[in-house]
Write a protein that binds this ligand. Sequence first.
Ligand code: BTN
Length: 262
Amino acid sequence: MASSSLDTSWCETELATEVVGRSIRYYPRIDSTNEQALRLAEAGAAEGTVVVADTQTAGRGRRGRRWLDEPGQALLFSVLLRPACEQSQVPILSLGAAAACAESLTSSYSIPVVTKWPNDLLIADRKVGGILLEERGGAVVVGVGLNVNGRPEVLQAQVGAPLTTLEKHYGTPLRREEVLVGILEKIDVIYQQFQSGGLAEVVGRYRRFESVLGRNVYVHLGQEVICGTARAVNDCGALVLDTADGEREITAGEVELVAGSE
Ligand code: BTN
């Protein structure tokens, strides 16, 4: 499919939200939408500002990795938030964004998107997207990268991990503007829920899509690797593991499925 530019004025007309997407800043090409949202936050941009781009030259992934895209085929956006919560509760916003993506894509397109704690989006065990939450000076930026259309093999060769696109499962290219509006509307609802103290409800929305529960996993915590069975995502958003040494509650880490674990 040919590369195309996002029509953000259509998104602005369609979007029915309270906070998220009050202002949409579109860039055909930018270093990183997260970095741009953080810069705008420092300059005093309003909560709910969305930064969206057709391609990134220095897209960031979790754990210092790069996030690559096929220009004009992916959704690459960041939402600027200024939540009124304790620091330890901020990661729940990332689970909320993952839930928003999964809810929107399953309900609008019947694409079986699930999550892999804490913020991978998968279809049939292949990565289709991810969330990167970053903070600076009291502002929180929730960045979403979603492989919408195009050829997963192009990126896969560079990333070296099994990837997929929404198009591959939907059977035909999706209109990125529609996908964006659907997800932003869900993020808006979930953010209102978060701000009014419904943190456990936000985690509950996330939990419905979690694919690692009941599976044997390795969790990488820096140099340490813990092996166990993923038992739950608790109301604080932590992953609860049953290990040979008892229960462990993990608040940050990288989950790898043990080969052959169903
Ligand atoms: C991950 O490693 O899975 C998280 C990837 C998050 C990528 C998105 S793309 C839009 C936003 N801008 C960035 O630089 N990163 C996030």
